[in-house]
Design a protein around this ligand. Structure first.
Ligand code: 3PG
Length: 214
């Protein structure tokens, strides 16, 4: 189950890739770093090709982000995306995903949007843009009336504030791009990806009081 895996991983690297040929080595770096997962944002022409490449690596959980239309959802699924993430809650895209049996985490930032998600039977959503919309404090406040919800805060998260989010029981996982800077990927500085990913994994283990990370 995708959500269970995301919860185990705790952090979803949000990747914007400019050249799909870089996807294989990026995937290897994420595996080496200890976060074998990538949300590839559909913001570049290289995104679908990158999803196709990563989907061949069965060690990696690959999803598509910035999905703004049914057409994008369709092509991302065809390319091998195992889950979809959207910045907002687009009812058409959500319905298409439910009809086609692909997990979707639509972006919400208000109580009313949570209720729209609940109307679709969704209890797991992205909280976006997390830091700009009040961060951990807002999630705690929203979790009171909506105790059935789980959130994937994304936007402005880094090693500095990761702990605040992961300490909240209703946080399923955090999304972030800080360990996969687009320039590092373009310039093939995969060692930086590995180092920053390992730091994230170390932080997750410390926050969770564990000595290993699945
Ligand atoms: C994005 O908009 O690219 C994602 O939400 C990630 O945000 P971040 O770059 O602040 O981690």
């Amino acid at each position: 189950m995708i959500a269970k895996r995301l919860k185990e991983l705790a952090v979803i690297p949000v990747v914007t890739i400019r050249n799909d040929a870089d996807a294989g080595l990026l995937g290897d770096a994420l595996v080496q770093g200890g976060l074998p997962c990538a949300e590839i944002t559909l913001r570049t022409d290289a995104a679908l090709g990158a999803i196709r490449i990563l989907a061949r690596n069965k060690d990696i959980l690959v999803g598509a982000g910035t999905v703004l239309s049914i057409e994008q959802a369709e092509t991302a699924k065809e390319a091998g995306a195992e889950f979809l993430v959207t910045p907002g809650l687009n009812p058409k895209v959500v319905q298409w995903s439910l009809d086609h049996n692909i997990p979707i985490y639509p972006g919400i930032s208000t109580a009313s949007e949570i209720e729209m998600a609940l109307d679709f039977g969704l209890t797991q959503v992205k909280f976006f843009p997390a830091e700009a919309f009040g961060g951990a404090k807002t999630i705690k406040a929203l979790s009171k009336p909506y105790h059935m919800m789980e959130f994937i805060p994304t936007g402005g998260i880094s090693l500095d504030n990761l702990g605040q989010y992961l300490a909240i029981p209703q946080v399923l996982a955090c999304g972030g791009s800080w360990m996969v800077e687009p320039d590092w990927i373009q310039d093939h500085h995969y060692h930086r990806v590995i180092v920053e990913t390992r730091k994230a994994v170390q932080a997750i283990m410390e926050i969770r009081g564990k000595t290993d990370h699945p």
